[in-house]
Design a protein around this ligand. Structure first.
Ligand code: UDX
Length: 438
């Protein structure tokens, strides 16, 4: 198959590289000349474990190339994926589809024979219909079938998620497109990953409903965490206890500082807006969005409370800035709100993150960055673990105790067993577990 991927951002690059790895010929297109030049020079603009190696292998095998110009490759393609950004529109929270429609028009102009055009970007229900209308009205001579095929990749685990998916959702009722999509995913299909075919609108809604459900699940356990703390229960054990019920499942029940990232905040908001437009409000999701926003601020207050209610003039060491580990992504990261609250409270904030500091520098105020946890912990009044990078799981607590001004750890990811920390004499404040004061 000849595949063209429009948009070489996170989703486009990962999907493009993995399709090439399946044996297809893939061209990844992007309007950004700088991005294409970098990719052609062998540089991968995002941090994703395993991606660079797959890109390199498939480029040398001649199955993957990059281009600024979509027309030549689209003319030859069997399938064209649209994987451009759909940011939240300023002001109203709706997904901004201008890049999607612009790409669709350019694709239609370049298409020659029968071509399947697939939306990979997360797009509101009805976008496929609108693209089809554009094709029908403006390019009536072209033979194009519009399909929805949402992605469910998690940053940091995207390659595995792509190659071992729980399911592949494909929204089309056109038998010609069904055949093409079966061929595209043949290696996975042979691996027995279920291909789930449904109507296009259903497929578009599946993506939003899946992300909203997961965001709601996290928010649920976060509220149970707050309650656990108040009534002296341990949220991790509550999560384990309910998760053993197969109807609930044990995934996405880690209490923490609130969800962030490029998908959950944006997609929950977009679903809320769509539902309001259709006069069918999704109140659970509206509430989820509000609770999660409040939570990030509440985590700032939690740190301040752990510092005896006042951080003025104190040094706080923040470990982890990205919205989760194994990514350099800072979008909607809880650290942004937490650090702002600490700065507003008059603290001096020192921070360290293995991958996120470059991006953080553009988004955060006056923060001092260090090269490792111990450098920023020296003389600190408290350490705050905001992201659960592996390298924070085995900190030398004995050493930290000697270099910190006050032995206080606020662990917003619950990565330490309470007794391990308290035996060194630390005050330990986790999420949904009894606070241990020094
Ligand atoms: C998510 C979806 O998982 C993926 O299917 C979709 O395609 C894109 O959005 P991603 O944003 O990369 O992926 O990260 P994910 O691992 O889902 O985590 C999202 C946020 O939820 C992070 O801030 C994470 O820290 C938080 N989270 C996740 C929790 O707080 N608790 C959990 O139990 C799980």
């Amino acid at each position: 198959m000849r595949i063209v991927m429009i948009g070489s951002g996170y989703v486009g690059l990962v999907s493009g590289a993995c399709f090439a790895d399946f044996g297809h010929h893939v061209t990844c297109v992007d309007k950004s000349e700088a991005k294409i030049n970098a990719l052609e020079a062998g540089e991968v603009p995002i941090y994703e474990p395993g991606l660079e190696a797959i890109i390199q292998q498939n480029r040398s095998a001649g199955r993957l190339d990059f281009s600024k110009n979509l027309a030549p490759s689209v003319g030859e393609a069997d399938v064209v994926f649209i994987a451009v950004g759909t940011p939240s529109r300023r002001g109203d929270g709706h997904a901004d589809l201008s890049y999607v429609y612009a790409a669709a028009r350019e694709i239609a102009a370049a298409v020659r024979g029968f071509t399947v055009v697939v939306t990979k970007s997360t797009v509101p229900v009805g976008t496929g219909d609108e693209i089809e209308r554009i094709f029908r009205d403006e390019f009536p001579e072209k033979d194009i079938s519009v399909v929805s095929n949402p992605e469910f990749l998690r940053e940091g685990a995207a390659i595995t998620d792509f190659k071992r998916p729980d399911r592949i959702v494909i929204g089309t009722e056109d038998t010609r497109a069904v055949e093409v999509m079966r061929e595209v995913y043949r290696p996975l299909y042979l691996n027995e990953a279920p291909l789930y075919f449904c109507e296009r609108r259903t497929s578009e809604l599946i993506k939003y409903a899946a992300n909203a459900f997961l965001a709601m699940k996290i928010t649920f356990i976060n509220e149970i965490a707050d309650l656990s703390e108040k009534i002296g229960a341990d949220v991790q054990k509550v999560a384990k206890g309910i998760g053993m019920d197969k109807r609930i499942g044990d995934k996405f029940l880690h209490a923490g500082p609130g969800y962030g990232g490029s998908c959950f905040p944006k997609d929950t908001l977009a679903l809320v807006k769509t539902a309001q437009d259709f006069d069918s409000p999704v109140r659970l999701i509206e509430t989820t969005v509000a609770i999660n926003d409040n939570r990030k601020r509440a985590m700032g207050r939690k740190v301040i409370a752990a510092c005896d209610g006042d951080v003025r003039g104190k040094k706080i060491a923040v470990l982890g800035l990205t919205f989760k580990p194994n990514t350099d992504d800072m979008r909607d990261a809880p650290s942004l709100t937490i650090i702002q609250a600490l700065l507003d409270g008059g603290a001096t904030v020192h921070a360290y993150d293995p991958e996120g500091m470059d991006a953080a520098k553009d988004m955060l105020g006056p923060v001092i960055y260090g090269n490792d946890p111990y450098e920023i912990a020296a003389g600190a009044d408290a350490i705050v673990i905001v992201t659960e990078w592996d390298e924070f799981r085995a900190l030398d607590l004995k050493r930290l105790k000697t270099i910190m001004k006050k032995p206080v750890i606020v662990d917003l990811r619950n990565i330490y067993p309470v007794n391990e920390v308290t035996k060194y004499g630390f005050g330990y404040f986790a999420v949904g577990r009894k606070p241990e004061k020094v």
